[in-house]
Structure formats: structure tokens, C-alpha cells
Design a protein around this ligand. Structure first.
Ligand code: UDP
Length: 330
């Protein structure tokens, strides 16, 4: 399949490109490099462009006939979305509309959309299934929720079929450490913990120790990036076979606390990691764990890397590679 990977230079998108190439597909990356990097795109066609640029989109769809679109390009920082909502609605919602309209004009009718657990807001029960009420509590979550609505309206009006995949905590890296997680600034727990393990930072701040969880720290559902990418392929296949639009929650169903993540990182890296007690981060629910039964039954999805240590081991190999490269660059 010829697949347009929007945001293919970012963390998840670049792993998706690798998997598409491995499986004999033809990825075309469209990315404005606002946070991703050109070096992370290890094959396929690369086009630098912005979803805000309607003429660039028009040229893209005029030049290629895509079997499907995977849309990863969005801003993802909850805190920033509270301070700069316009930035989030502009990029995550308005620019996505440009993409969907270009798809519609050119008869590209299959879209896999990167959604998020943030559309659910404060959990009313855990694990969170697809029936859980959707009440986002920040502009980031709202922007993704709004796109889910747009997609369902596009389905009804234009017969555009889509699958929304609501990620819980994407983590890990290519097992060969060719690419990995690299945000600037980095805000995610696992890369920060591993930077502390490799001496790039002095300690890890543990945000809140008095949550209603077994050890008092927040529990999250960490899902290996390759398992996430696998779900995208299954979803695109499913649409290609004529299935209706759908939405699936993607996690591996195991919750791990912040302390358990740090413990796993200490075992993997073989070094103690200093923990500092920090205040709760605003907007962090105590527990976010996915019920992915629907993805398993309808998509036939089976997470392969469902133990935390493997996820951390792959992220650690990538962290060490980056440290070595920084050292070589002097
Ligand atoms: N966290 C932490 N210290 C950090 C970064 C994150 O204690 O320096 C916690 C955060 O409060 C949350 C969990 O780690 O409970 C996962 O956070 P992350 O930002 O990786 O993902 P999120 O759950 O926000 O999508």
C-alpha cells in the first residue's frame, strides 16, 4: 500500500515508517519538522510541508494516489495546551481539517487518526473502555476529541472511513536503536528517567506521592511503540477490507506506577537513580489504564512487548546510543 504518513518524522510516525518499509509498503512522509527530525525518517519518500499550507497539500495529493493516510502530526503537551490553546486548535484541529478536505477532494477515503486517552478526561472507572464518557479537561484532549467528531461527520457525509486509535502511554524504541523517543523539551517519564540513569540529569522528579494508588505514585499504561504501530497496520488493513469506521483504546492493560518505572529502569541500567519528591503535576489523574478488548477482538491486535522491562530496555539502548553520539560530537 502507498501510505501517507503525516508527521512521519516524529517519535511514533518514524517508527511507523520503519514498520511500513519492513512490511513492503510504500510510505510517503509529510512533515514540517517542527518537532521531528529528518534523520529519523529511514526510508520512503520525504516531503517537507505544513498542513497549514493548502497549496502544498494540493500538490501532495495531485502527485500521489494514496491507499490510506496515517495522521500523527500534532502538538502533544497538555500544559502548553492550557497556556496556548490557539496553537493547539490551529494545528491539531484546523490543520487536520485541511488534510481531511484534501483527502476528500482526491478520493482518499481511509484515515488512521492518532487520538489519545486525554479525550476521556478524569477517569470515572478503570480500565477505560470505548464506552467511557468523553470529557476532556484540557485543550489538547479537546482538539483530539473534536477531530474524532469531524471524522464521524466525514464518514456520514462523504463516506470517508477512519479508525481513531486512542493511545495511552507510548513508550520504548526500535529494538535495534536506529530511532527512538526524542522530544524537545522532553517531558515524558521513561526518557527522563533514563537520562537520569545515564548521568544527563541529576535526578528524576516524582510528581506526587500521595495518590490513591498502591505506592502513592501515578499509574499509567505503557505501550510499546511497535505494538502501537502494529495496530495502525491492522487498522488500515481492516478499512481496506471494507470495515466501517471505528475507535479503539490502545494500551496493554497493565498499569505501572512512576516508582515501578524507575525500579525497572534501575534494573535495566544497573544503576541507582535518584528520585526527588515533587509536587503533583496539574491535570494528572491517579490511574490511566486501557481496556483494549475491542482492539484485540476486532483488529486481532496482540501486544508483543507487554512487559515493562522490555519497553525500558529498548528505550535504554536508544538513550545509550544518543549519549555515545553526543560524546563523539564532543
Ligand atoms: N512523571 C513524573 N516525573 C516526570 C515526568 C512524568 O513523575 O518528570 C509522571 C507523570 O506525573 C505521570 C507519569 O509520570 O504520572 C507519566 O507521565 P508522562 O508525561 O510520561 O505521560 P502522560 O501520562 O502525561 O501522558
Amino acid at each position: 500500500m502507498k501510505v501517507l504518513v503525516v508527521g512521519g518524522a516524529g517519535y511514533i510516525g518514524s517508527h511507523m515508517v520503519l514498520m511500513l518499509l519492513d512490511r513492503g509498503h510504500e510510505p510517503v512522509v509529510f512533515d514540517n519538522l517542527s518537532s521531528g527530525s529528518r534523520e529519523s525518517v529511514l526510508g520512503g519518500t520525504f516531503i517537507e510541508g505544513d498542513l497549514g499550507d493548502a497549496s502544498a497539500l494540493e500538490a501532495l495529493f495531485a502527485a500521489h494516489r494514496f491507499d490510506g493516510v496515517m495522521h500523527f502530526a500534532s502538538f502533544i503537551q497538555v500544559g502548553e495546551s492550557m497556556r496556548e490553546p490557539a496553537k493547539y486548535y490551529r494545528n491539531n484541529l484546523a490543520n487536520t481539517l485541511n488534510l481531511l478536505e484534501a483527502m476528500q477532494r482526491h478520493g482518499t477515503n481511509h484515515c488512521i487518526f492518532s487520538s489519545t486517552a486525554a479525550i476521556f478526561g478524569e477517569p470515572e472507572y478503570v480500565p477505560i473502555d470505548e464506552h467511557h464518557p468523553r470529557r476532556p479537561i484540557n485543550p489538547y484532549g479537546f482538539s483530539k476529541y473534536a477531530v474524532e467528531h469531524v471524522l464521524s461527520d466525514f464518514d456520514r457525509a462523504y463516506a470517508m472511513r477512519s479508525i481513531c486509535l486512542r493511545y495511552f502511554n507510548a513508550a520504548g524504541a526500535d529494538p535495534q536503536a536506529r530511532i527512538g523517543e526524542c522530544h524537545d523539551p522532553e517531558t515524558h517519564l521513561i526518557p527522563l528517567v533514563l537520562q537520569a540513569a545515564s548521568g544527563q540529569r541529576r535526578h528524576i522528579d516524582v510528581f506526587g506521592q500521595d495518590y490513591d494508588t498502591p505506592d502513592g505514585t501515578c499509574v499509567r499504561d505503557y505501550i510499546h511503540i511497535l505494538d502501537l504501530c502494529e495496530a495502525h497496520l491492522l487498522a488500515l488493513d481492516r478499512l481496506a477490507r471494507g470495515a466501517p469506521s471505528a475507535a479503539y483504546n490502545l494500551g496493554n492493560g497493565n498499569g505501572f506506577s512512576v516508582n515501578e518505572v524507575i525500579d525497572a529502569a534501575e534494573r535495566v541500567a544497573g544503576t541507582p537513580i535518584a528520585r526527588a519528591h515533587a509536587a503533583r503535576r496539574p491535570g494528572d489523574p491517579a490511574r490511566l489504564v486501557a481496556d483494549s478488548t475491542l482492539a484485540r477482538t476486532e483488529l486481532g491486535w496482540r501486544p508483543r512487548f507487554d512487559d515493562l522491562e522490555t519497553i525500558v530496555r529498548h528505550a535504554w539502548a536508544w538513550e545509550r546510543r544518543q549519549v555515545l553520539e553526543r560524546g563523539t560530537r564532543g
